[in-house]
Ligand binder design. Structure first.
Ligand code: ZN
Length: 292
């Protein structure tokens, strides 16, 4: 495939999970200044640790773009009280995302409730949960980015596993909804998708699904790599260039479909968590340019 879209260092975003064990959110924000990185995406545990108000002030002071807040969703539960708790938690996440100026709230579906074999029912709970929080997201001006996860997580983390499955939900729940985008870019759908290389690369239909999503539903682009062998299903994601994903081809699909956001590097890896944080960031910057 010939290249039209080159990686742009000014469009690099660091997801806090990449440096989960090395740095607090405050340290990550300071590291971005040190390494000339203009965007971050925090996980909620790091945000809670720093405090939303302090985080928002630090992010403003450093003029950082927040490409997303990770993460909400996880709707299926064994009973009505559990489902209600998930909705309440998602409302809080939407408010926190608005407070730090996040361009979207990343959602994962959630898996089967403990002991359940009712996958159809779990997926219905995801649909109902999304529908219930959408109004709150719209009024807060926070687009919801549903991130399909690799099917190996279907039971325990996410029963939405392909971009098309996620887009079917978007089309059903938010057929033509828009939210104002405070960044000055084109308005985004209230409900869209995040494309994570780790989760979509295997799917033969992902190029068509990315085109189907189009600019207004493409809310996030997450980068890492798939190692062979992968020694842990959750915490052995690879640095870009160390695995088997054709990341430049994926970039062509995503940007070719009109995506106008950032390249967010999200590497959950016990190997990289054992490396000095500044060394990880230097490697991320080099590999972003060379391997994506
Ligand atoms: Zn992701």
């Amino acid at each position: 495939m010939s290249r039209t879209f080159e990686p742009d260092p000014a469009r690099l975003s660091l997801n806090s999970a990449t440096l989960r064990d090395q740095w607090t959110l405050a340290e990550l924000i300071e590291a971005c200044a040190r390494h000339d990185i203009g965007a971050i995406s925090p996980w909620r545990d790091k945000l809670d640790e720093l405090g939303v108000a302090r985080a928002a002030a630090m992010i403003r002071a450093h003029e950082l773009t927040v490409t997303g807040l990770c993460r909400g969703g996880v709707f299926p539960a064994a009973d009505a009280a559990g489902r209600r708790a998930a909705i309440d938690d998602n409302r809080r996440a939407i408010d926190d995302a608005a407070a730090i100026g996040a361009r979207c709230l990343i959602l994962i579906a959630g898996g089967l409730p403990p002991g359940s074999r009712d996958l159809v029912g779990a997926r219905a709970m995801v649909r109902d949960g999304l529908a219930e929080i959408l109004g709150h997201a719209r009024s807060a001006g926070v687009p919801l980015a549903l991130e399909p996860l690799h099917p190996m997580y279907c039971a325990d983390r996410a029963c939405v596993n392909t971009l098309d499955q996620a887009l079917d939900l978007c089309d059903e729940i938010d057929p033509d909804g828009r939210v104002p985008d405070r960044s000055g870019h084109a308005p985004k759908a209230a409900l869209g998708v995040a494309v994570d290389a780790y989760h979509v690369w295997w799917d033969p239909n992902h190029p068509a699904a990315i085109r189907r999503a189009g600019a207004h539903r493409l809310l996030g682009f997450h980068l890492c790599d798939w190692l062979v062998p992968t020694t842990d299903l959750l915490l052995d994601r690879g640095m870009m260039g160390d695995g088997v994903i054709d990341l430049p081809a994926l970039r062509e699909h995503v940007y070719g479909a009109g995506y106008d956001g950032f390249d967010e590097v999200e590497i959950l890896s016990t190997r990289w968590w054992a490396v000095d944080g500044d060394e990880v960031v230097r490697t991320v910057k080099t590999r972003h340019l060379r391997c994506t």
